[in-house]
Write a protein that binds this ligand. Structure first.
Ligand SMILES: CC(C)(COP(=O)(O)OP(=O)(O)OC[C@H]1O[C@@H](n2cnc3c(N)ncnc32)[C@H](O)[C@@H]1OP(=O)(O)O)[C@@H](O)C(=O)NCCC(=O)NCCS
Length: 216
């Protein structure tokens, strides 16, 4: 398996990357920001993407976005093709894109929002901490990306303060200050699973109730 900074020779994979992201979101039944092949192509051309290939077969992808005039960087669009899941590939791709982001944008805070427990675990192991949305970028173009997510109305209803996604942040300044300090708490999948369940029952049940009432 090769995990590379994507270049022009990988542009031909853009459509397959988008299709795999969309198909996986459908299967999970979760919301996801929609990506176009043109957008993915730009990421590849700018040296802001990581691709994993098994021979010539597409195995995985992730890209870098910058927000708030470079103060924030997000590692987004992580996808592992179903044939290659459960083998640690997402962990390796995220590690590569994280290291690339640190080199290319050393002063930026790195963040992500996700409903995926696997991604929360990977981010946590890289040094990210769960944070409230107010600690993330306030760049409207980042949050506009959520418009194509099926849960966007939940974000709007909560005035952008919370949604089903959990925000996670790697702050290089904080990390420098506490170089030797590990995470304050050990990773506990139960805590994040509980948080996810609470949010889902809080936001999605409210939604269902509303729907029922409007049908009455
Ligand atoms: C999420 C995804 C990227 C994981 O890819 P993967 O290569 O199978 O992940 P890894 O094998 O590197 O697993 C990473 C860790 O997450 C855990 N994990 C994997 N899937 C999980 C799940 N569904 N729930 C909870 N934990 C999970 C693994 O056990 C592993 O933990 P470990 O390090 O303690 O063993 C892949 O399933 C995928 O592409 N899904 C669809 C798209 C998606 O959800 N993208 C994220 C959007 S934010």
């Amino acid at each position: 398996m090769q995990i590379l900074i994507a270049n022009d020779t990988h542009i031909g994979y853009a459509q397959e990357i988008c299709d795999t992201i969309e198909e996986s979101a459908k299967q999970r039944g979760t919301g996801i920001a929609k990506r176009t092949p043109e957008y993915i192509t730009t990421k590849i051309q700018n040296g802001n993407a990581v691709i994993a290939l098994e021979g010539t077969k597409f195995a995985g992808f992730c890209y870098i976005e910058t927000w708030g005039h470079g103060k924030f960087v997000a590692n987004s669009g992580l996808i592992v093709h179903p044939d290659f899941r459960g083998k640690g590939l997402a962990t390796d791709i995220k590690k590569k894109v994280f290291e690339h982001s640190r080199k290319k944008f050393p002063d930026a805070k790195i963040f992500g929002i996700t409903t995926g427990l696997a991604v929360m675990k990977i981010n946590y192991d890289l040094g990210y901490e769960p944070v409230t949305f107010s600690e993330l970028t306030d760049d409207p173009s980042f949050w506009n990306g959520c418009k194509t997510c099926r849960n966007f109305d939940i974000l709007t209803r909560n005035e952008g303060r919370m949604c089903l996604c959990t925000g996670m942040l790697y702050d290089p300044v904080e990390k420098e200050k506490n170089k030797k300090a590990q995470h304050k708490h050990k990773y506990d999948s139960k805590v994040l699973t509980r948080l996810k369940n609470i949010k889902e029952s809080l936001f999605l049940n409210k939604e269902k109730k509303k729907e029922k009432e409007s049908k009455k």
